[in-house]
Design a protein around this ligand. Sequence first.
Ligand code: BGP
Length: 467
Amino acid sequence: MKKLPKDFIFGGATAAYQAEGATQTDGKGRVAWDTYLEENYWYTAEPASDFYNRYPVDLELSEKFGVNGIRISIAWSRIFPTGYGEVNTKGVAFYHNLFKECLKRGVEPFVTLHHFDTPETLHSDGDFLNRQNIEHFVNYAEFCFKEFEEVNYWTTFNEIGPIGDGQYLVGKFPPGIQYDFEKVFQSHHNMMVAHAKAVKLYKEQGYKGEIGVVHALPTKYPFDKNNPEDVRAAELEDIIHNKFILDATYLGKYSDKTMEGVQHILNVNGGQLDLRDEDFEVLDAAKDLNDFLGINYYMSDWMRGYEGECEITHNGKGEKGASKYQLKGVGQREFDIDVPRTDWDWMIYPQGLYDQIMRVKKDYPNYKKIYVTENGLGYKDEFKNDTVEDDARIDYVKQHLEVIADAIQDGANVKGYFIWSLMDVFSWSNGYEKRYGLFYVDFETQQRYPKKSAYWYKQLAETQIIE
Ligand code: BGP
């Protein structure tokens, strides 16, 4: 039986676009996702979980079930409907009310400035590939730092890695481009520069709170660790998804090893990066200023060497075995191994979380503090007798918390855990059918129902004992 520290945060995570609904309400500007979902998917961001109106219910439930932290993101386009310029006071008022309710319920808000939802005007102008949008982001961040004095924990970006991958590699996020490695790395880099600028500004202006960034860190293993091609494939995949952005965050530059891998991928696939001296000055200035790192961890991948062309098939409907992922000059993922996986082919491997935490501790000793900011099980929940008997989810969370306890024991400074998600929300590229919440949401009536996992989580939060 393992135990977590007394001051540990037992949180729940949400994101504005996936939770709020109300996409056209009170002067909110459009985001690229509005059009993209309408045109490419079988669902939209309406009604989502109607968090825009129901947040008092979700926070009341949080308090009742021992959830003492919540990840919330601000929708940039509620504050600046076109990304910059005139402020939408109704949007500002909404977030003041929301944070007030959090504090009233004893639920600490951890606030993200950007969770995949760049305003449409800026997105259609190149999103973060356009360097002007770095400045618009920093101005928006500065406005929020000044305005929302009640916020103690700021995150600049949620998952810079998956944004570049989703938008320019897998092609399941707007603008839906595939296999463009130049754009992938350039997006990662420019967003890291935007992050560094915002962090530097926050510290220079002397705010009292903490600031960090949330990275998704899927662990990459060679399928056969004695096969050099598999080892190389895992190394290159790690550079694309993890190492490039971790280097930018904590080294303030890219190590020679990282750049060698990036250059190899660009040589094979074409492309050239625009990395400027002034970018590295900012990255370097911010590298020791991050108060915390948020790690989102769901899965690991096993890689094999691969000689062919790029081909990715996204399993969006939860048809187990439908995924394909092979990248020219990088490698291919092997799914047929002796590790459990979800219906969406996400390999369930808690050890991967332990390995990532210890890797951050070892390779980036200036990391200060870690929160596991997302982790959870996407499942086709069966709603029966006003609840869900989600033992598989309890099991998943338990196993991941156990390795967090091990990592703490082994010297890592991990201060909290946020289950994805607090209540059910829709999934960006998998719809409303893939549920993660502690609280079941009937999307028609918007009623909430605690799942078995919510009762389990309550006991955990009260005792800190993982059982
Ligand atoms: C992360 C995102 C979340 C959430 C989660 C689950 O990448 O930060 O917003 O969506 O993954 O992913 P999915 O919804 O694809 O199952």
